[in-house]
Ligand binder design. Structure first.
Ligand code: S3P
Length: 451
C-alpha cells in the first residue's frame, strides 16, 4: 500500500544538522574503487537505496566489500568525518566479470557503469532497473560509446535494458549534445580503456566530481577550456575517498529556511563544489540575503563548508543557460521558492528536467498547482507567478525522491499543510529526511543568532 504522510507548518525551522553523504560522489567512489587496484577505503559513503544499488552492481562484476558499516555514514559528526564505512577490494581497470546488473532507480549507475564495462577485454553485461529507469534514455551514452568502438544494444535503440559486449575502444573527440555530467563521466571512464586520447567538449560546465576523483586516483585527466582530456590508464589507485555532505540534500533545508519566516538553521560539512551550488547563485538573485557560507577547507578534493540560512523576502528572477546544469537537481526547489516570491520567475533551457526520475517539468508543475501555486509548464521549463505563499493540499511523489521531499518542504511552509503520497521514495537519496525535517521544526534556537 502506498503511504500518505502529512506535513504542516510548525513555525520557524531551527537547529543544526549534517545532510547525508553526497550521492553523486558516493556512486563514483564505489565505481572507481571497483576499477582500482587493491583496497580502497571510503569515508562517509551514502547509506541510501541508489548507492546500495551501486554496491550490488560492483559486487556483481567482481569487486568485494571487505568492510561495510553504512549506518556509520558520518551523520552527526559536525566537525570532520570518522572512520571509513566501506572498504572495497577492486578488480582492476580490466577485470570486470560478466553479469546481469539491476541498477534499481539509479540513473547515475545506469549511465556511468557502461563506460567502464564497454572497454573490458572480454565479457558481456546487461543493465536494467525499475519502472522509472526503463523510461530513461541511454542512447546519450550508447551513441558516443559506439563512436569509440563499443558494442551496445538498447531497447528501441534508446531505453534500458542496455546490453554491452566487451570491445576494443579508441579515443574520440566528442561534443556533448546535452550538458550532462553523467554522459561526460561515462566517456571519461571509457577513455581510461581506449587507445589514444579522448576529448569531451561540454556546451556548459557540469559537475566535475569524476575529473577530480579520477585525477586523485592517478589518471591523466586535464581540462583545456571547455574540454576534458583523458589519456588511457594502466591502473587506478584511489586508496582513500572521502564523501562530503550532499549539497542537493542540504538544498531542501536551504530553501525551507529561506521561505519559512523566523528560521535560522546551520548545515554542517556541505560539499560546495561550484559546479553544484548554482541554487545559491539563483537564491541570491531572488534576494535571499540571509545565507552565510563558512568555508571549512576540503574533503576528498572537494571544497566543503557550513551553510547558515535564515528567512528572506524573495523576488522573482530569470533562470536559464549556464544556471541550469549547475542547479539541475535543485530547479524544483527554485520553483517552490518562486511561489513564495513577489513577481514572476521564468525557468528556461531546462528540458533535461523531463528526463529525470520523473518528468520534473510536469510533476513539479502539477504538485505546485495542487497546492495553490500559479505555475505554467513550458517546453523547456516553467513560469511561476509568485503569490507570497502556498495554501497546501495533496500531491503524489510519482516515486521521485526529490518530488517527495519538495512536497514535505512545501508542507512545512504552507498555510494548510501538504499530504504527500509515496513519501517513501525519499529513501533513494535521503532515508532520514523526515526525521531531519522534524528535528528542525522542533529545534532549539542556534546560539549566536546573526539574523
Ligand atoms: C548526476 C548528474 C545529473 C543529475 C543527477 C546526478 C551525476 O544528471 O541530475 O542527479 O551524478 O553525474 P545529468 O548529468 O544527466 O544532467
Amino acid at each position: 500500500m502506498t503511504d500518505r504522510t502529512h506535513f504542516r507548518s510548525l513555525g520557524a525551522l531551527r537547529g543544526a544538522l549534517r545532510a547525508p553523504a553526497d550521492k553523486s560522489i558516493s556512486h563514483r567512489a564505489a565505481m572507481i574503487a571497483a576499477m582500482g587496484e587493491g583496497e580502497t577505503d571510503v569515508v562517509g559513503y551514502l547509506d541510501a537505496a541508489d548507492t546500495r544499488s551501486t554496491l550490488v552492481a560492483i559486487q556483481a562484476v567482481g569487486a568485494r566489500l571487505l568492510h561495510e558499516d553504512l549506518s556509520a555514514d558520518a551523520r552527526g559528526a559536525a566537525d570532520g568525518l570518522g572512520a571509513p564505512n566501506l572498504r572495497i577490494a577492486g578488480v582492476g581497470l580490466r577485470g570486470a566479470r560478466p553479469a546481469a546488473i539491476d541498477v534499481g532507480n539509479a540513473g547515475t549507475l545506469l549511465r556511468l557503469l557502461p563506460g567502464w564495462l564497454a572497454g573490458q577485454p572480454e565479457g558481456a553485461w546487461t543493465l536494467d532497473g525499475d519502472e522509472s529507469i526503463r523510461r530513461r534514455p541511454v542512447d546519450r551514452v550508447a551513441d558516443p560509446l559506439r563512436l569509440m568502438g563499443a558494442r551496445l544494444t538498447a531497447r528501441e535503440e534508446r531505453l534500458p535494458p542496455l546490453e554491452i559486449e566487451a570491445a576494443p575502444l579508441h579515443g574520440i573527440a566528442y561534443e556533448l549534445p546535452v550538458a550532462s555530467a553523467q554522459v561526460k563521466s561515462c566517456l571519461l571512464f571509457a577513455a581510461l580503456l581506449a587507445a589514444g586520447e579522448t576529448r569531451v567538449v561540454e556546451p556548459l560546465p557540469t559537475r566535475d566530481h569524476s575529473e577530480r576523483m579520477l585525477a586523485a586516483a592517478g589518471a591523466a585527466v586535464r581540462r583545456e577550456g571547455d574540454t576534458v582530456v583523458v589519456a588511457p590508464a594502466e591502473r587506478l589507485e584511489p586508496g582513500r575517498i572521502v564523501v562530503p555532505a550532499d549539497f542537493s540534500s542540504a538544498a531542501f533545508f536551504v530553501v525551507a529556511a529561506t521561505i519559512v519566516p523566523g528560521s535560522d538553521i546551520l548545515l554542517h560539512g556541505v560539499g560546495l563544489n561550484p559546479t553544484r551550488t548554482g541554487l545559491l547563485t539563483i537564491l541570491e538573485r531572488m534576494g535571499a540575503a540571509a545565507i552565510e557560507i563558512t568555508p571549512k577547507g576540503e574533503e576528498g578534493g572537494e571544497p566543503i563548508g557550513d551553510i547558515r540560512v535564515g528567512h528572506s523576502e524573495l523576488v522573482g528572477c530569470e533562470v536559464g543557460g549556464a544556471d541550469v546544469p549547475l542547479a539541475i537537481d535543485e530547479l524544483p526547489l527554485v520553483a517552490l521558492a518562486a511561489c513564495f516570491a513577489e513577481g514572476t520567475t521564468t525557468i528556461r533551457d531546462a528540458a533535461e528536467l523531463r528526463r529525470k526520475e520523473s518528468d520534473r517539468i510536469a510533476t513539479v508543475t502539477d504538485a505546485l498547482r495542487a497546492l495553490g501555486g500559479k505555475v505554467e509548464a513550458t517546453a523547456d521549463g516553467m513560469v511561476i507567478e509568485g503569490t507570497g505563499g502556498l495554501r497546501g493540499g495533496a500531491i503524489d511523489s510519482h516515486g521521485d525522491h526529490r518530488i517527495a521531499m519538495l512536497g514535505a518542504i512545501a508542507g512545512a511552509a504552507s498555510r494548510e499543510g501538504v499530504e504527500v503520497t509515496d513519501m517513501a521514495a525519499a529513501a533513494v537519496s535521503y532515508p532520514a529526511f523526515e526525521s531531519d525535517l522534524v528535528s528542525l521544526q522542533h529545534g532549539p534556537p542556534l546560539r549566536d543568532p546573526v539574523h
